[in-house]
Design a protein around this ligand. Structure first.
Ligand code: S3P
Length: 167
């Protein structure tokens, strides 16, 4: 399993799709699977059921995806907020943290209605808190600053080629 984590706007979905293509593995975006399971889009889950309910659904979805066939999996930026998710990420084969500075993240996603977390007045604090969790669970950290997704993907492929046989 190759899991991509990082804040909103880090490029997890873009890099994940490229990476899956390069490795010949399927790609999944946890948010899309969550929305499929819930039968409503992610912003609607936040609006109608609240963030804690979304986090539970997110945790269950990630846990089940990680016990399925090998794939490249992009997680939502807040997945690491859940203790159980942090635990399974630490046990995963490769958990790759795509680092993006707060200001760069906002530049990339700013004004996106599909991201309810952008309305949080304490978003900078949320970002700081998550940095600790991302670093804690990651087996590899990659800086995405000013770098094209193809280059980020190449860095990951190189790292994977040099790491021990897949579990
Ligand atoms: C969230 C990030 C989103 C999505 C949801 C919550 C967060 O995913 O899971 O809106 O808490 O940071 P992306 O990181 O793919 O935008």
């Amino acid at each position: 399993m190759i899991v991509l984590i990082g804040f909103m706007g880090a490029g997890k979905t873009t890099v994940g799709q490229l990476l899956a293509g390069r490795l010949g593995l399927p790609f999944a975006d946890a948010d899309i699977v969550i929305a499929d399971r819930a039968g409503i889009p992610v912003p609607q889950i936040f609006a109608e059921r609240g963030e804690p309910a979304f986090r539970e659904l997110e945790q269950e979805t990630i846990a089940s995806l990680l016990t399925g066939p090998r794939l490249v999996l992009a997680l939502g930026g807040g997945a690491v907020e859940h203790e159980q998710t942090r635990r399974i990420l630490k046990a995963a084969e490769h958990t790759i943290y795509l680092h993006v500075r707060y200001e760069a993240a906002l530049d990339r996603v700013g004004g996106d209605d599909g991201r309810p977390m952008l309305r949080r007045p304490d978003l900078a604090e949320v970002y700081r808190r998550r940095l600790v969790s991302y670093s804690d669970v990651a087996t590899l950290t990659i800086d995405t600053e000013g770098r094209a997704p193809e280059l980020v993907c190449t860095d990951i492929v190189r790292h994977l080629a040099g790491s021990p046989a897949a579990r």
